[in-house]
Design a protein around this ligand. Sequence first.
Ligand code: NDP
Ligand code: HSE
Length: 440
Amino acid sequence: MIDYRHLRVALLGAGAVGSQVAALLLQHGDELADRAGASLQLAGIAVRDVDAPRDTDLPQELFTTDAESLILGADIVIELIGGIEPARTYLLQAINSGADVVTANKALLATHGPEIFDAADQVGAQVYYEAAAAGAIPIIRPLRDSLAGDRVQRIMGIVNGTTNYILDRMDTEGAAFGDVLAQAQALGYAESDPTADVEGYDAAQKAAILASLAFHTAVPLEAVHREGITQVTAQMVEDARRAGYVIKLLAVCERLTGHGSPTGEAISVRVYPALVPRSHPLASVHGANNAVFVEAEAAGSLMFYGAGAGGVQTASAVLGDVVSAARRHIAGGVGVGESTRANLPVLEIGHAVTQYQITLEVDDRPGVLATIATTLSEGRVSIATVEQTVIADDGETGARARLVIGTHKAREQDLSDTVERLAVSDVAPHVVSVLRVEGD
Ligand code: NDP
Ligand code: HSE
């Protein structure tokens, strides 16, 4: 038996993720010690209510409501409380008391990342956050370390398990949004306030974290364009299916050229529901799984796939970070800070260039299609496909038709201006939906 040095580990939070981290840490302590080169002693678990029921069976004497005392004297602090406060204060206290910190808190990193990373830099500590984007999937280390010698051009990913679970069940079973959301909450995928998931805030936080790493630029959350899935109806899901697409909430982070920065480069970071061709690998990402495509200049296309949410799955990524933190602690030396030197401008959504599918309901009479085609052409939007279905004449409105127009790549600003002009044109279509098409 090797007599390893003991490292004291403080765990803050014992909810869906924290309770699994504690259980695995206790269960696999010997193996983890062999991998880390140090014995990891769980010094205590800070929670709000020590008597609350837990997902796993944990020794009651480990629980405390005194997080601050636990932090003092810890070598590694794992923050799994979530939210901004008190998580931010506890992380700063941990860093300033000489601990390395592990967190899965994307909300905190996306809003206060620079403050936390700066604090760690000041004292030579390191912040580990593999679980903060895409749950169990190793994506932070690949971006931060494995691809540090390459130039990432684009990331396109499904990074929110709850919304993927909802959209997938709507697609495969025709399920109603509300029913599936309740199930996602019961399964522990959803954030405590599910608005964070369904309105795209959680995905936007992850997009900010991934884009910051990929483009060596601190991307503020406010610079991420965000749309959620609450406007996605069963009809839209059905229409997409008939057209050979599936609707997925995507995070798209890309490098753009010719935009006036000193290097002529800029980035676009956006989250929205988009049509993905059924033949695309992202279309077959089911349930709460996540998948992230990375396109890099030298490496080409890489795909990372797996569980994006769930207590025990996320605990895997957290424990990987704990082992890394322990190894670093034993080896000594200063932590590796965040690389933000490129400092590229983050452009507004209007500069993004992609394909679109516009669904309109119009009067079925001569000249309507010609007017629509002219308006699109004047707006620099090129039509790729048009499909018309006649809607039954109800005797009051006259003959109506549904038009589904697929476009070639267009600038977002041109597209949205054109759709606005169409809506007030003589043919006054009812705009049923405008969806981006990604991965075609
Ligand atoms: P939960 O809401 O399930 O658990 C939160 C825990 O924090 C609870 O044990 C709670 O205590 C404790 N807590 C809350 N406030 C305080 C406080 N003021 N002082 C001390 N303890 C407190 O969260 P999750 O486990 O789901 O998530 C934890 C983190 O992991 C979040 O940042 C989340 O975004 C992230 N994450 C979650 C994933 C998931 O699938 N759930 C996946 C990836 C990341 P008590 O039990 O007493 O109420
Ligand atoms: N609520 C998040 C999700 C948890 O559904 O993906 C993982 O970050």
